[in-house]
Design a protein around this ligand. Structure first.
Ligand code: PLP
Length: 383
C-alpha cells in the first residue's frame, strides 16, 4: 500500500544511478538562484494564484505556438480532460485515440466520462489515420491523436477527417512542444492542442503543470471559467467547474525556461540525428522514417529493436538509462478491462510495446555519450 502511495522518489533515486540519464533536472536548473529571485517577487507582490506570471506565460506560449489563445492549467492530463469537457463530451460519448500512449491520454478521456475507443497505430508510432474511419460511429465526439515522442501526426489527413465527419481533433501534444509537420505546429492542427509541463517534458517546470492552445473564442472562455471554479468574478459563478490553475510558481519556472527552449530543442534534434546515423546502419534496428516535412522534437528517442528486453538489460548494465516507453499498450492494461479488448486487437501497438526502446538524447547528453550509446548497441548485436 505504501508503495502505491508514493513510489516516485524511489524511481527518481534509481534514475541517478546511471551515467547517461533520462532525468536531468538538476543540470537543467543549475541556474535555479535566478528563478528564486523571480519567486521572491511573487511573494512580495502577493501574487499567489494565476496573476502576472501566468498571464505572461500564456502570452509567451500563444506567440511561440501560433495559437490565438492559451489557457494554463494544472497538468497535461487536465488539459485533455477539461478540453473534452469544454466540447460538451458526456457519458455514452466515444472518443477515439491510440492504444500506444501514456496512461494519461486514456485517463483523461475516461475521467471526462467518455468511452475510449482505440485505433491501431502505424509503424511510426502514431495512430493510423486511415483506420480511424472504420471506428467512427454516431457516438464519436472527438479524436485525440498523440504526437508520440514529439513526432507530429500528418496535419492534412487529420484536418480532412475532422471536417468530413464534423468531429473535433483534440491533440495530445504533451510530447511535442515546438514540433511541426508540413509547416503546421503541433497543438494547432485541430481545434484544441494540449501540452504538459511535467518535470520530464521538453519544457518542464518543478512540478505539475499544463496548458491548452486554441483559436476558438467560445472554447477559450469556457476553459478559463472551468479551470477556476467557473468564476467570472470573486462572487459570481457561471458554471460549476474545477480548480486546475497553473501554479504561479511553476509559471515562473516555465517562463524562465521558455527563453531557452528553442536552443534546448535544437540540441535534442542534433543528438537524435547523430544517433540515427549510428543506429541506422544496424539491421536489427528499425528507426521511424525521417523526413524533412516532419520536424520532430524527440521528447523521447524511440526505435524498435530485435531482442529488445536483452538489449535494455545490456545497456542498463553499462550505465545507460535505456527505457521501455511503454511495455503494456493501453487496451491490455487492467484499467481497460471494462472496455472488452483483448490481446491481438491492435497488433502494431502490441508489437511496438514489445520491441520499442528509448535512449536519452536531451541537451545534457554529449556527443561522446551519443557515440558510446551507438557503439554499445552495435556491440550488443555484433560483439
Ligand atoms: C502522451 C502523454 N499525454 C499526457 C500526459 C499527461 O501529462 P501530465 O503528466 O502533465 O498530466 C503525458 C505525461 O505525462 C504524456 O506522456
Amino acid at each position: 500500500m505504501n508503495k502505491i502511495r508514493n513510489f516516485l522518489p524511489e524511481q527518481y533515486d534509481m534514475d541517478q544511478l546511471y551515467s547517461i540519464k533520462h532525468n536531468y533536472l538538476s543540470e537543467q536548473f543549475s541556474d535555479y538562484k535566478n528563478i528564486f529571485e523571480k519567486i521572491e517577487n511573487v511573494v512580495l507582490n502577493n501574487d499567489f494564484t494565476l496573476g502576472r506570471e501566468v498571464d505572461e506565460f500564456e502570452q509567451n506560449i500563444s506567440s511561440m505556438i501560433g495559437s490565438k489563445y492559451c489557457i494554463a492549467v494544472g497538468s497535461g492530463t487536465d488539459a485533455i480532460r477539461l478540453s473534452l469537457l469544454a466540447l460538451g463530451i458526456k457519458s455514452e460519448d466515444e472518443v477515439i485515440t491510440t492504444p500506444y500512449t501514456f496512461h494519461a491520454t486514456v485517463g483523461a478521456i475516461a475521467t471526462a466520462g467518455a468511452k475510449p475507443v482505440f485505433v491501431d497505430c502505424d509503424e511510426d508510432f502514431n495512430i493510423d489515420v486511415e483506420k480511424i474511419r472504420a471506428a467512427i460511429t454516431e457516438k464519436t465526439k472527438a479524436i485525440v491523436p498523440v504526437h508520440w515522442a514529439g513526432r507530429p501526426v500528418d496535419p492534412q489527413s487529420f484536418q480532412k477527417i475532422s471536417s468530413e465527419f464534423s468531429i473535433p481533433i483534440v491533440e495530445d501534444a504533451c510530447h511535442a512542444i515546438l514540433a511541426s509537420r508540413s509547416g503546421i505546429n503541433a497543438g494547432t492542427i485541430g481545434q484544441i492542442g494540449c501540452f504538459s509541463l511535467h518535470p520530464l517534458k521538453n519544457l518542464n517546470a518543478w512540478g505539475d503543470g499544463g496548458f491548452i492552445c486554441t483559436d476558438d473564442k467560445a472554447i477559450e472562455e469556457k476553459l478559463r471559467l472551468m479551470r477556476n471554479h467557473g468564476l467570472e468574478s470573486r462572487d459570481s459563478c457561471v458554471l460549476f467547474g474545477y480548480n486546475s490553475r497553473l501554479d504561479t510558481l511553476q509559471a515562473v519556472v516555465a517562463n524562465h525556461l521558455l527563453l531557452k527552449l528553442p536552443n534546448l530543442t535544437k540540441k535534442r534534434i542534433k543528438n537524435a540525428h547523430m544517433l540515427d546515423k549510428m543506429l541506422g546502419k544496424i539491421k536489427q534496428i528499425s528507426l521511424p522514417l525521417r523526413s524533412k516535412e516532419i520536424n520532430e522534437v524527440f521528447h523521447l528517442y524511440c526505435f524498435q529493436a530485435k531482442n529488445r528486453d536483452e538489449l535494455v538489460e545490456f545497456l542498463i548494465s553499462n550505465g545507460i538509462d535505456a527505457k521501455k516507453h511503454y511495455p503494456i499498450p493501453m487496451h491490455l492494461q487492467k484499467a481497460a478491462t471494462y472496455l472488452g479488448y483483448k490481446k491481438g486487437d491492435f497488433p502494431i501497438a502490441e508489437r511496438l510495446a514489445d520491441s520499442t526502446i528509448s535512449l536519452p538524447v536531451h541537451e545534457f547528453v554529449s556527443p561522446e555519450q551519443i557515440e558510446k550509446m551507438g557503439n554499445l548497441v552495435r556491440s550488443f548485436y555484433y560483439g
